[in-house]
Design a protein around this ligand. Structure first.
Ligand code: FES
Ligand code: FES
Length: 861
């Protein structure tokens, strides 16, 4: 046994345990997060004799006699200061990284109470945050330092929660101090642990699964395979293309290395790996298809019964051949972008347990509890209401938690065994299993007249959609519908294919296909600007859609569309940089709010009076964007009540009505509007003279359906989406080619909470910089080779200054009080603006991500 001190208490534990497992599993210190288990993310940081140390790397034996401090062991004063400072600065989004950041902050401030900004950045070098862009975390640490130095009291928040106020996030303190619970922070009595066996190569025939040896292990509980699935062995986010096997059955062929062949259940977390190692699976290795070209070859084996093309989009308006023939300038360019990984900080985890005679209760952290309910119920052959899903905190998603990963396996094991079961992915499993951002090959031909006004676009897009459908079809569709950009021309021929391969599946990822085609479109604009002899800003200004124009997809541009205003806000910034001789890139883009294209798109909310407070109940998942704070402010605005009278409940299929998936930047708009409508019901009663006490127990329902036209509508101006957000951005480089400033203007409609919106955009910008410059997800014959630390995620020391402006046109009606949302738009313009800056620097078009021959990657193509 190893003796040590943790948070002032003498404790002892087994010497082979990792320190993190001892702290989390034995001492239940939930501020210590396991983000990677690979020493790369800093989420597990603790202080060891005052020094910031990653607890996931070394065994307990190395800490004998040491003093360990976690956030739980901070003084109450320190806890109060950090909780206040992180909330006040708007530094908390999904929150998973934050306790590690707080530990890094204390490690710094204990030795340097007045750190310079660069010293704060340096102190955070070992800690990844995927949500925030680090700006507000650094501001929070500077604020905490000042308060601790000056012994300032904790100020009370003096606002009313109305729209436009910087109401501190309602979950900020719990996330900062590590008391807020993510799924893996929960333990249940008699809980079992399960993990899936997966093939070593992408395409393998499963010959035989044998658990004879495993059964001899004292902690063996069960091995489940396809034969044990009582309902449908296929899952899939889109019900009409459910092509993803719960398990690949004996005799069948795997489609990627993340496929599950069997599920092993053991009595303890510690023995799970040993039991798993005793299960033997015989395979026959088959040649994988690792590119769309290979999958489209005539003699290629069919990966799915429907063939190897998941979806095909062909959007045509006008006569592109004629327009290009008559154009004054035409450019044609090939663009190539790789798979990229969400790298959300919290690996996937689910806990399931029996509920009632036949049902199952599932704790999850996905992007929609009702999707999880539907998919799990179908797999178990149960009525949906027998599957009770409750969401815990979600440590980031960005689209990567829309599909089932662990939920169905936990539910199956719990339902069959009638015992609680936890399934937690290791970081390496997480990297392999969930769908990625699509790799795309794109050929874009754009034409303009002699003034630089666009006349036509021909685009061919081939997306590698990997092993399963996931959301590959809709992603391809958004890639195509946005490919022509937010510009005023209506002559397009855009042909897209999403092709199945034996690579990991690709699906939703912030931007939903638009990051890829925006890069191609915006780079072609840069090439045309050069031919015309006008600036990168001018060509965009001449073409930008204004109210009353028609988007390339035919939709009329709303009266409040602010792209022109965004560009005008960037004019001085761009010209100043150019005058100073700095390389500067400009990009514009737009992104839909809501699913649109005629599909069901609905927000729902119940507002109820309980215990004298107003409960806001919607199933909309907060994956870090701050939805509970949005709905709280919507309720405060509608009811005129202060935020401490509002309780925003966590999603729960028994309490919160179905508000759809957190996807397509839709929840601020859809669930925000549903909240407003539900709250109006309560307001009418209050206005009629009733008190909250008299209304105790009453419920008010709000629902909002977004009505749109389907793809291929024959209307002259179909409404594809209920709203679009717009942005313009300028990126500049220093002499060494390092990004030294990002300025941006956003039209996201009414800004509910400016600080939260800035935080979203800062995080989106950093993600966009990583996409352009450093991030990659390499595959070796279909096998991912990256670890969390080699994905190319940017760190605090890489984050440039960012300045964000909001522009807002007139409100068009009351829907969601004029908010449009910005979750995805935040990421889209950055990579093209970086490409423009490098093009301005040396006249070389870098048409491939991550870009080469830059400050960040020296290799030349
Ligand atoms: S969990 Fe330890 S560094 Fe990521
Ligand atoms: S808030 Fe930092 S990873 Fe989400």
């Amino acid at each position: 046994m190893v003796n040590l001190t943790v948070n002032g208490r003498a404790v002892s534990g087994g010497e082979d345990l990792k320190l993190i497992d001892f702290l989390r599993d034995e001492l239940r210190l939930t501020s210590v997060k396991n983000g990677c288990g690979q020493g790369a993310c800093g989420a597990c940081s603790v202080l060891v004799d005052g020094k910031v140390t990653r607890s996931c790397v070394l065994p307990l034996a190395r800490f004998a006699g040491k003093n360990i401090l976690t956030v739980e062991g901070f003084s109450q004063r320190e806890k109060d200061v950090y909780a206040y400072a992180f909330a006040e600065a708007g530094a908390v989004q999904c929150g998973f990284c934050i306790p590690g950041m707080v530990v890094a902050a204390k490690g710094l401030l204990d030795v340097n109470p007045s750190p310079a900004p660069a010293e704060i950045k340096k102190a955070l070098r070992g800690n990844i945050c995927r949500c925030t862009g680090y700006v507000k975390i650094e501001q929070a640490i500077a604020l905490a330092a000042k308060m601790l130095r000056e012994n300032s009291p904790i100020p009370a928040w003096e606002g009313s929660g109305l729209l436009g106020e910087n109401l501190p996030r309602v979950d900020a303190a719990a996330k900062t101090l590590g008391t807020g619970l993510y799924v893996d922070d929960i333990t249940v009595e008699d809980m079992l642990y399960a993990t899936a066996l997966r093939p070593p190569k992408p395409r393998m025939r499963v010959l035989k699964i044998d658990d004879t040896e495993a059964k001899n292990h004292p902690d063996y509980v069960a091995v489940f395979t396809a034969k044990d699935v009582p309902g449908n062995n296929k899952i899939g986010h889109l019900e009409f293309i459910s092509d993803w096997d719960v398990f690949i059955a004996e005799g069948n062929v795997t489609r990627y290395v993340g496929d599950a062949v069997a599920l092993v259940v053991a009595k303890t977390k510690a023995s799970l790996a040993a039991v798993k190692a005793l299960v033997k699976i015989d395979y026959e290795e088959l040649q994988p298809l690792t590119s769309p070209a290979a999958a489209l070859a005539e003699d290629a084996p069919k990966l799915h019964a429907r063939g190897n093309v998941l979806s095909h989009e062909h959007l045509v308006r006008g006569d592109v051949d004629a327009a290009l023939q008559n154009a004054a300038h035409v450019v044609t360019q090939h663009y190539s972008v790789p798979f990229t990984e969400h790298a959300f900080m919290e690996p996937e985890c689910a806990i399931a347990m029996p509920e009632g005679e036949q049902g199952v209760l599932l704790y999850t952290a996905g992007q929609s509890i009702y999707d999880e309910q539907r998919e799990v119920a179908r797999m178990l052959g149960l009525a949906p209401d027998l599957v009770h899903v409750r969401a815990k905190l979600v440590g980031g998603g960005f689209g990567g938690k829309e599909d089932m990963s662990v939920q169905h396996h936990a539910a199956l094991a719990a339902w069959l065994l009638k015992k609680p079961v936890k399934v937690l992915l290791s970081r390496q499993e997480s990297l392999v299993i969930h769908p990625k951002r699509h790799a795309m090959e794109m050929d874009f031909t754009s034409g303009c007249d002699e003034d630089g006004r666009l006349v036509a676009l021909r685009a061919v897009v081939v997306a590698d959609t990997g092993a399963y459908a996931s959301l590959g079809g809709p992603v391809l569709q958004r890639a195509c519908t946005h490919a022509a950009g937010p510009y005023n021309y209506q002559c397009i021929d855009i042909d897209g294919k999403a092709v199945y391969t034996n690579n990991p599946p690709a699906g939703a990822f912030r931007g939903f296909g638009v990051c890829q085609t925006a890069f191609a479109m915006e780079c072609n604009l840069n090439l045309l600007a050069e031919k015309v002899g006008i600036s990168l800003w001018e060509i965009r200004f001449r073409n930008a859609v204004r109210p009353g124009n028609v988007l390339p997809n035919g939709q009329l541009v709303e009266e409040n569309a602010g792209l022109e205003a965004c560009l005008l806000a960037m004019k001085g910034v761009y010209e100043k940089a150019v005058t100073a001789g700095k390389p500067a890139g400009v990009a514009c883009f737009f992104k839909n709010s809501g699913i649109g294209v005629g599909l069901e798109d609905v927000g729902r909310c119940i507002v109820s009076v309980e215990g004298g407070k107003v409960h806001v109940r919607t199933s909309a998942a907060c994956i870090g964007q701050g939805l509970a704070t949005v709905t709280t402010q919507e309720a405060c605005q509608t009811l005129g009540l202060p935020p401490d009278m509002i309780v925003a409940e966590a999603p729960d299929t028994r309490r919160t009505p179905d508000s759809g998936t957190t996807t397509a930047s839709r929840q601020t708009f859809f669930s925000g509007e549903a909240t407003r409508r539900a709250a109006l019901g309560l307001k009418a009663e209050l206005d009629a003279g009733k008190t909250l006490a008299q209304l105790e127990g009453q419920e008010f329902f709000g629902e909002y359906f977004g009505v749109t036209d389907p793809m291929g509508s024959d209307k002259p101006n179909p409404v594809s989406h209920v709203a679009y957000g717009y942005a313009a951005q300028v990126v500049t480089l220093d002499d060494e080619g390092r990004v030294d400033n990002v300025e941006t203007a956003f039209d996201m409609g009414r800004v509910i909470n400016p600080k939260a919106a800035q935080g979203q955009i800062e995080g989106g910008i950093l993600m966009g910089l990583g996409y352009a410059l450093t991030e990659d997800y390499p595959l070796d014959n279909g096998i991912p080779t990256a670890k969390y630390g080699t994905l190319g995620l940017l760190r605090a020391t890489d984050a440039p200054p960012m300045n964000i402006q909001f522009v807002q046109g007139p409100a068009l009606g009351d829907i969601a009080y004029g908010a449009k949302g910005c979750g995805e738009l935040a990421t889209i313009p950055t990579a093209p603006a970086v490409a423009g800056a490098y093009y301005a620097k040396d006249g070389k078009l870098r048409a491939k991500f991550p870009m080469e021959d830059t400050f960040y990657r020296k290799t030349k193509p």
